[in-house]
Write a protein that binds this ligand. Structure first.
Ligand code: 10E
Ligand code: SF4
Length: 452
């Protein structure tokens, strides 16, 4: 066996046939060249990786001259195949690792969702590099180098409130057919929204976009009383997908304000859930977003102050804010049971356990998903790198350089099939599940969509 001669941290990406868009988007800037075998190809490998049609140099061998951490693409080219046996030997010689199959498998099975998103991200139609109906034989060959260990958080992915909200829209579509109008994203996930859109759901920002008398679904994040009043005034049929645990916070807001307290709502401005809760008693509610805000928050009577929180905050950060509030207002009262919901808490506990074992953590979820973003932040606060990905196509190969153990989880609005795609792409040599608790919560559906 030849001695490894490559620099530590070299990285090879195996780009199977048909993923040229994906590779280009991810490694365009630091692409060193096409990693091939000049003796096999006999010429520079012309590149269809680069939309600018730049010819990429062939790196015939990986050796001490290869820059540390270089990103190299081994391209199994349709009409100019490389010798896989030789490629595997190169991998071993340089000590680099093949980063699994980069193919975003979801695209082959869910074109309406994943591919629609890929098209938006790249600005090019996905069809510019169509998937082969069946992959060429080369794609089924495996590297001799094992992929990382994946440590999977449990619980992860859909919570009971999201299950319920998505099911409400699905049932309405099945019962009545499209279009079904939904105010705001039903949950904060691009794939869920794209999937329901493809089936006839129409997502609108405001009720002004919906005709009088039409059916409208309120999203899982809830709405303010002003929105309910407008729907009623305009004769709309409302199907309410607000999570019951969000409704609980609304009820508390009314109760606390009703007894004359100033309600300190801990949460993020501009988040739909916060807008809805604030709307319950706007004249008696003040928003606190950070620890620093506590020092400046103003209340009518310091002896009559209550707090509430958004359901998807970081448990540890929120505890600090509540402690600081209590420092200022010793008579501070709170909800009888925590507003940060069971699902948020459980996903944070699970990712904490995973982060302690992993070299890097991937969190599947969309950018506007508060609970998903909190998972990323939690991992980073523990000193580990973490990245939010909408799906497998967001993974950047350099995140995984030298990472033996990859933690994986998903926010409460991210469907599980997205994680399957990630695990497949990582070519995990082992998947370990870290279960910190088992969830059994279920919510009943509103009468309007229950089977009759
Ligand atoms: O941005 P959020 O985390 O609040 O929402 P999400 O849609 O990503 O996840 C579900 C959480 C809800 C509906 C808020 N309680
Ligand atoms: Fe309900 Fe919690 Fe899920 Fe939000 S995260 S929908 S509050 S269960």
């Amino acid at each position: 066996m030849p001695k490894p001669v490559g620099p530590a941290g070299s990285r090879a990406v195996r780009a199977d046939f048909g993923v040229s868009n994906w590779v280009e988007e991810r490694v365009r800037d630091d692409l060193l060249g096409v990693w091939g075998d000049a003796t096999v190809t006999g010429k520079p490998v012309h590149s269809d990786l680069d939309s600018r049609k730049k010819t990429l140099p062939v790196v015939a061998a990986l050796n001490a001259d290869t820059p540390a951490g270089a990103t190299l693409v081994s391209l199994y080219h349709g009409d100019d195949p490389l010798d896989l046996g030789h490629a595997a030997e190169l991998i071993e010689r340089c000590g680099a690792r093949v980063w699994g199959q980069a193919r975003p498998t979801s695209c082959s099975t869910r074109p309406a969702t994943t591919c629609a998103r890929s098209t938006r991200a790249s600005g090019r139609p996905a069809s510019s590099t169509p998937w082969p109906a069946s992959p060429p034989a080369a794609t089924t060959e495996r590297s001799t180098m094992p992929g990382p260990v994946v440590v999977l958080a449990s619980p992860r992915s859909f919570c009971a409130g999201v299950e319920r909200a998505v099911e409400i829209v699905e049932r309405l579509l099945a019962q009545r057919g499209g279009p079904i109008h939904v105010r705001k994203q039903i949950v904060h996930n691009t794939h869920v929204v794209a999937d329901l859109e493809a089936r006839g759901a129409v997502f609108v920002d405001e009720l002004a976009e919906v005709a009088d008398g039409a059916t409208v679904v309120f999203s899982a994040h809830g709405v303010s009383p002003a929105v309910r009043a407008e729907a009623e005034r305009r004769g709309m049929e409302v199907v309410d997908a607000t999570c019951p645990l969000v409704t609980k916070v609304h009820t508390e807001a009314r109760r606390f304000a009703g007894r004359g307290d100033t309600v300190v709502l801990i949460g993020h401005a501009d988040h739909e859930e916060v807008e809805g809760t604030l709307g319950e008693a706007p004249e008696r509610t003040v928003l606190v977003q950070t620890l620093d805000d506590v020092a400046t928050v103003e209340v009518d009577d310091p002896t009559r102050v209550s707090y509430l929180t958004q359901t998807t905050l970081a448990v540890d950060e929120t505890a600090e804010i509540v402690a600081a509030l209590r420092g200022r207002f010793p008579a501070l009262k709170g909800p009888a049971s925590a507003d940060i919901c069971y699902a948020t808490t459980n996903r944070q506990d699970a990712v904490r356990a995973v982060a302690d074992e992993a070299d890097v953590v991937l969190v599947v979820g969309s950018e506007n998903s508060s609970n998903s973003v909190r998972l990323v932040e939690l991992v980073r606060r523990r000193g580990k790198p973490a990245h939010l990905i909408d799906d497998v196509t967001d993974i950047r190969p350099e995140w995984l350089v030298g990472k033996e153990t990859v933690g994986l989880t998903a926010g409460a609005s991210a469907p599980t099939h997205l994680l399957d795609d990630v695990i497949a792409a990582l070519d995990a040599r082992e998947v370990r599940v870290r279960e910190t608790t088992r969830e059994t919560v279920q919510f009943t559906l509103p009468l309007d969509v229950r089977p009759r």
